[in-house]
Design a protein around this ligand. Sequence first.
Ligand SMILES: *Cc1c(COP(=O)(O)O)cnc(C)c1O
Length: 399
Amino acid sequence: MPDRDIRDALGLRPVINVSGTMTSLGASIVVPEAIAAMTAILPQFVEINDLQRKISPVIARLTGGEAGFVTASCSAGISLAVAGAITGDDIAAIERLPDTAGLKNEVIIQMGHVVSYGAPVDQAIRLAGAKPVLVGQATSTHRHHVEGAINERTAAAVYVVSHHVVQYGLVGLSEFVEVCHARRVPVIVDAASEYDLRGFLAAGADIALYSGHKFLGGPTSGIVAGSKALVRNAFLQNLGIGRGMKVGKESMVGVMAALEAWETRDHAGIRARETGYLHLWRETLEGLPGVKPVVEPDPTGNPLDRLCVNITPEEAHITAWDLADALARGTPPVIVRDHEVEHNYFYLDPCNLHPGQETLVAERLTAELTKARNSNEIIATSLAERNARRFASLKRWPD
Ligand SMILES: *Cc1c(COP(=O)(O)O)cnc(C)c1O
């Protein structure tokens, strides 16, 4: 970590991130190789499409695709890939989007994949002028649902890989690809938060999309990889809806450097360090009244475990969400992964910590749990009010 923390100067709280790679917390710790490349390019002019041309083979090498380019985010990648499937390389059509009159514009997606990553997946599809066609039910999709939805207006199909999606009862990627390809429908995979850069294209996807700022530790960006013609058609959207999703030279070289660093990263060493953090936290919490820490694997198979902290409020004297809020309010603020906190558990994610922060997290957990245990009442505020407060506070921004 740098000696001087810029957050002090800005009057921002020095948050410790044990929630994962969150846009709301500034994504990830950018790797030094990317920072150096970004600093080097910022004062220079470049021919921007040539720069993208240089990045394409690097993306291709790491993903196994034929080509690739960098855009603003994985979310932008969804819109651009869908737009490319609609317009092809017709520049007049590209400029006309999101008006798709006279073009194929239906995009198939399993209902159990229509989730929110901070914004709705289906909105990223609709931004391109496409009409999402939701197939199956939230927890049950079969081959016949996908087959039955394909018609002469089908432009593409989107498949989402995420801990957010329903993890059972849906059509798997290979079968999804098989059904779509039988009717010449290209498959776009949203793999924003996946460690595996090759598997989805290898499984037959035509385009795979990644966030540059998640596991890769690049600047905020998105990577579009896959078949050359489809990637090119997505790239051409920079003449249209892609303009508002553009990235500068710094993000382009930053992602390229992060991809190259990925090839030499000590993946096993990082995993071992993260496992050490989990063990420290588990030992810290084990035996405390009303607290049950359990190490759990990542639901989509990323090489990452998290610590699930289960709370019994009657014994711990606090609910999981009140504990999460107390940790976030305190000094230093510790932000936990609380997507499913209504079940009285949250997760500690070890992959975005600077060395030494694991100890601070352990100390803060102990302090808040001790304080709660010593309270005469059980701290249990209303979850509905907690949610309402979050949106109310957003709606008051910037005050
Ligand atoms: C994070 C995420 C996104 C959004 O990625 P950005 O690059 O932040 O736009 C989309 N889909 C999934 C599954 C994600 O996890």
